[in-house]
Design a protein around this ligand. Structure first.
Ligand code: UDP
Length: 240
């Protein structure tokens, strides 16, 4: 018998996305730990069309007095997009977006770090986006967490991030750049995978309460899958 799909079924059945992914499918992901000789910790990540390098320095004594905290270390993050990382050449240097992403990245990572061990110190995290294709803030946090672990910084847990959103009226996981631009909403989420404590939650666009709940669940599920790749990267570098 020949199956016929009616117009109504097409509207309600989850269809494949522009790039062929299912609604709950992540883009291909690869993470490597410890690739830079001169940094204390480092990582390289490829996630779909994103290519991101992270270097960590520290903990070391904060030279600037104003920065020092008597009871703990301070974490500083710099998220930077290379001029050649995007379709339309980006002007070098910080802009509003990169300042915002640097700030939320530090906030997403901080709860995982045992900063009390290093009073008056600073930990620097440099996130260099070499190629961008949507979801770089999440990919940067995921890679930064691996680089911090590679630097031997004591952590309560890793931090892992992933976005979900709404495209063509469908709640989907891990938006590509095209989906992000054409889509109706984007919800980046970062969690500590062990406790599932949320350390980043942003929302851009419009979602109903139910859609938001579904997006959050999808993003957390995506985070847990990405966390397996983080662990594998560290296992590869340091053995079991
Ligand atoms: N993007 C771009 N030029 C820019 C900033 C962003 O082409 O100056 C692209 C890039 O691919 C990025 C995507 O737009 O990943 C979505 O940017 P957004 O600000 O939503 O942050 P992201 O999704 O990367 O965390």
């Amino acid at each position: 018998m020949i199956g016929i799909i009616t117009q109504d079924q097409l509207k309600t059945s989850p269809t494949l996305r522009e790039d062929g992914r299912a609604f709950d499918e992540l883009r291909p992901l690869k993470i490597e730990a410890g690739i830079l000789e001169r940094a204390d910790g480092s990582s390289y990540l490829e996630f779909g069309g994103n290519k991101i390098l992270v270097a960590v320095y520290g903990p070391r004594e904060a030279q600037i007095r104003k920065l020092q905290r008597p009871d703990r270390a301070v974490i500083r993050c710099r998220y930077n997009m290379a001029p050649f990382s995007v379709e339309e050449r980006k002007r070098p240097g910080p802009d509003r977006r990169s300042v915002e992403i640097s700030k939320i990245t530090a906030e997403a990572l901080r709860p995982a770090l045992i900063l009390e061990r290093f009073p008056r110190s600073v930990i620097d995290v440099f996130i260099e986006v070499l190629e961008a294709e949507g979801g770089t803030r999440c990919a940067g946090i995921t890679a930064a967490s691996v680089a911090l672990a590679d630097a031997g910084i004591p952590m309560r847990d890793m931090v892992v991030a992933c976005a979900a959103g709404k495209v063509n009226d469908q709640v989907v996981l891990d938006l590509s750049e095209e989906e992000d631009k054409a889509g109706q909403a984007d919800v980046p989420v970062a969690i500590l995978p062990r406790t599932r404590e949320i350390t980043l939650l942003q929302s851009d666009g419009n979602l109903s309460e139910d859609e938001f709940e579904r997006a959050l669940d999808l993003a957390v599920d995506g985070c847990l899958r990405i966390h397996e790749v983080q662990k594998e990267a560290l296992r590869k570098r340091y053995g079991e």
